[in-house]
Design a binder for this molecule. Sequence first.
Ligand code: PMV
Length: 325
Amino acid sequence: MSNEKKVRAYTNIALIKYWGKRDDQLILPTSSSLSLTLDAFYTETSVSFDDSLEKDAFYLNETVQDEAATQKVSRFLNLFREQSGMKAPAIIKSTNYVPTAAGLASSASGMAALAGAANLATGLNLSPQELSIFARQGSGSATRSIYGGFVEWQKGTSSSDSYAVKVDDANWDIGMVVVVVNKKQKELSSREGMKLTVATSPFYQGWIDSTAVDLVNIKNAINDRDFEQIGAITESNGMKMHGTMLGANPPISYWEPDSVLAMQLVRQLRKKGIPCYFTMDAGPNVKVLCRLSDSEKIKTAFLDYFNEDQLIISGPGSDLKEITL
Ligand code: PMV
């Protein structure tokens, strides 16, 4: 029995960050977040259930994965098995499309694509909203990768209303330049980093309070297409998230010297009249939010300090979609 169908999901970068869970099991966040989906980074995944298999087999970039990685995928697929009654093991084939040497986290696009592929293979026919709830249980940031453009993950009151909604398609000269400072796997996972921050940082409550205000303000700015305001809020919110980490015990920092250099370059470019703003996640790479029409200019300025393959330009990505094989 073969029912292979492929789904593509794009990754996203949070402008208003998700940093902390109120329920570890269900992955319910302490605050709502908002992201921009990127078209330069995506994952394509197929799931085919097959009674003749003994257990699930997971291939990533055409390489069969070890027990631990396969188990993570199996646990996620079990959510779809429970809902659909499908019992058979599956072959899961996943390919990450990221420009060479990008080294960006792929959990958002990965789990969203897996949710989409499992939805097709089980015939559950879930709505995007339901799919977002499923994706959330794979990885928090995946909640938002169901949609393109600017996307809000509403924290909700329970599992059934903690999902993403599209805010705007972002097709109005919006882009990002991703500065790859280091492509190595991070030492402290976002899961562990947030856990420690929530448990020990005295700044955490301040983060919760101010991020709620930032979210309201950025949605108004998106609605007004006020790019400078969107950028200023993005930069401030990201730094506040990193501030909560510095307050953790022991302190957490994902920064490297070149992360600071990249942020300084962004400030300099802004002084020269190019509107651009930085944000960082649980790693040393810097993402520069800009006008897509300014992205080449920004890349050229960065080329004085970084190599060509460390600088990746992206426009806004689209909704998760089925790919015809
Ligand atoms: O869901 P995860 O484990 O990919 O965590 C994402 C955490 C941040 O990237 C730092 C913030 C975010 O909202 O994406």
